[in-house]
Design a protein around this ligand. Sequence first.
Ligand code: CA
Length: 554
Amino acid sequence: MTLQWWQKEIGYQIYPRSFKDTNNDGLGDLPGIIAKLPYLQHLGIGFICLAPIYPSPNIDNGYDVSDFTAIADSYGTMVDFELLLAELHKKQMHLVMDLVINHTSDQHQWFQQARSSRNNPYHDYYIWRDAKNGVPNNWQSILGGSAWEYNAATDEYYLHLYTKHQPDLNWENPQVRNEIKKIITFWTNKGVDGFHLACAIYIKKLQTFANVDNMDDAYRDVDGIEVFLDELTATFHKLNVAVIGGAMNLAPAHAQKWFGNHGYFDLMFQFEHTALWQDTQRSQLSIPALKQILVRWQNTFVKYGWNALFTENHDLPRSVSIYGSDRHYWLESAKCLAACYFLMRGTPFIYQGQELGMTNAHFNNINEFRDAETIAIYHQKIAAGMQPNEALAYIDRYSRDNARTPMQWNHTSKAGFTQGQPWININTNAAAINVTDQLNDESSIFNFYRTLIHLRKQHPVLINGAFRLIDTNEPSVYAYYRWNAAECFIVVANLSHKTAEFSFPEQFNHDLKRLVLGNYVFHSEFMVAYEKNLLLQPYEVAIYQMMPAAKYTL
Ligand code: CA
């Protein structure tokens, strides 16, 4: 199979507001991204994914778009955007943009017109129901509460699956579908290489608008969505762009419809593994559960589709603080987690700062948080009887603001992010965890990622070779092998803070194992051994190349 650029290359997810500020207003911007492209190239990144940079009232973190074909002032101008694209392409890199197709902001011109009168030509761009019998049905928004909001000017309710400031578009209206096509074409004509589609699974609504017992029946993957998706896919194919599916909550059994050669999208972010630690009853991550999820998705996408491999994004706390140990085994666990997910089958994505092992922020006060959802959760917990310090401890661990503290470029007081007042506090550990120091340190997390990227480029088996889990008796050990007709690699990781034993499967016992990368120095690099058993240190990871290389037809 011929590999596409989005399969071969490594993705880097940028949260522009917190990446690099060039005009010292405390907000990251597009010129900041341009300035840091050489850094990303040095790391080995092939494409960047931008969180929304469109004009937005920012009720939902930029996912409430008020103009789909413009750049928000705080990020720069369309000229800056074009320059960013030109610089990326000059470096043989690609750009993927977030595309929000389920709804708009209520400040969007379409909605401003639509809500003014039932006779307005834009009225039918949204979903309305007459108000005379009260709330139209029992549909609940994804965030909780009724999905309907009253509009006095037309004496109607409009549908919103997210906040009331994000009215849902009426995809039944061909003009709406045409508008979306125009938006996609607009950006593709500028040279954008791919799109990340949030919430595409919701674009079709149950047309009877009847009460439902299960909200999925009302608006999730509803029969008939295929018609809209076929149209959308035809547009993407014609323009030859990559399409990433996100926020789908898809079961593996339904993945075939959506992905692969006969599906709608090219690759998918699945969030099952990141949901594991949101279970607050669990003080410790369940590693067997994690393994089960990862392996299920590896197996799901063997025949079709392609995994987007990741552990972090701008909606999640920092992985080294959640899956790893940011106090006692910071360096070891950051590297261990990196190797674990990076060498599975799929395209690895790095979220900004992850390559440095950036940690959770450890907020001291509710006033230090910026995310409206986090602040709402804090007040809900207190209303439910939790003590303020307990509620603070909860959000301190789980808030997505942990991922949004500014990128730590150097050890100065503003971490090289800005010379102004940053929009959110900089993590106090920037003096210890920053780009400048790690670039100069061969054993840094940055350089470990760089080596992983290099390894994956050198050995195609690590891109599209087969994947198989190695069964072990130790619940904390995650081990797998990747193989094709030419090569075989074994990745062994101990995801706990205790030592753990590992035995190679018998079929490998008599073979030479060349340690190509590890995170404990006493395994000297390039060591070749006939080892059968390993005693793994806390958060130890070891990557072995099997020799001779080509005998595995397992
Ligand atoms: Ca700025």
